[in-house]
Design a binder for this molecule. Sequence first.
Ligand SMILES: [Zn+2]
Ligand SMILES: [Zn+2]
Length: 362
Amino acid sequence: MKDIKEIIDIRHQLHSNPGISGSEEYAHNLIVKFLSQLHPDELCTNVGGYGVAAYWKSTVKETKTIAFRADIDALPSGHRCGHDGHTAIMLRFAEMASAAERPYNLLVFFQPEEETGKGAKKIVESGILDRFNVDAVFGLHNLPGYPEGTVVLNDGTFAAASCGVIYRFKGRTTHASTPEMGINPGRAIASVIERFDALNRKDTNPDQFRQSTLICCRIGEEAFGTSAGDGEVMFTLRAFSNYVMTELMKEADAIVTDVASQWNLELEKQMREPFSATENTSGYVRQLDQILSPCFDVVNITKPFRWSEDFAEYLKVRSGAFFGIGSGLQQVELHHPDYDFPDTIIDTAANVFSKIFNNVKL
Ligand SMILES: [Zn+2]
Ligand SMILES: [Zn+2]
């Protein structure tokens, strides 16, 4: 096996050449180069964009397949979510598993476009999970605020569902001296903002959590002789289960439809960056707890994270689990301009994947 320094060096190369969602060519090529040296039984390039997948048959007579996923994209501000670290972890794990006994067939895959919520859907649509008969999928995210190398499990939803919504209202402009002659959407939008506050449910049990956050609002334009004739308001909606998210979206739409008709406004709705809730398969989380607790520091949490993760798409079509790996108590939060993935947890996290692969019962 290679010195961990080589993997750390790859992490630094990725860090210095960040590819935002949809532009991960540098990472794609580097991953392909590394994996081809490990001689997988199959290597798939350009999967759902700049995704990569490598497949190794089991070394025993076993027909089941376990998949492990890493996300590889960066933010416009660089690798501030630690996906460079996730890539390095997966390469290390692939290196370990390719040289050892394999109780199952193994698929490791590298997913682009996580930050925009598009990548996982593209991977699912590419058909690789079907082609390699994947039975279960596992993945992780680094977590600042937890001690380095701590495994963070949640036997339930790990990360929230969220969706951006844009509501556009069309009324009619008129001379500013006679606003009563036109249809100005101002008070309708004010009423939507006011009524959306009642959609929030924060202090109940996690299952029921719902949140609407005002993102942007525009009414009319800078023209002082004209009463505004159109406007738009944008929110991000969030919930801890896909069921509650659907309910929240319906209630939000009902409020806006009601307000629009009350003020005689035309209404148009658009959705942006929809993420489902990352709902873990319960039995697997309990197994991970048993498998990992003797060897690693494991923390079980019950409150899901409020951010979203498109790993949710895999859990809608396969069993599996998503968990966290602590990246340090003194770390700034994810997406902070100073965030940098700690190299010290690469080996630990690769060993966590390895432990899961070798011990989980499907
Ligand atoms: Zn992120
Ligand atoms: Zn991330």
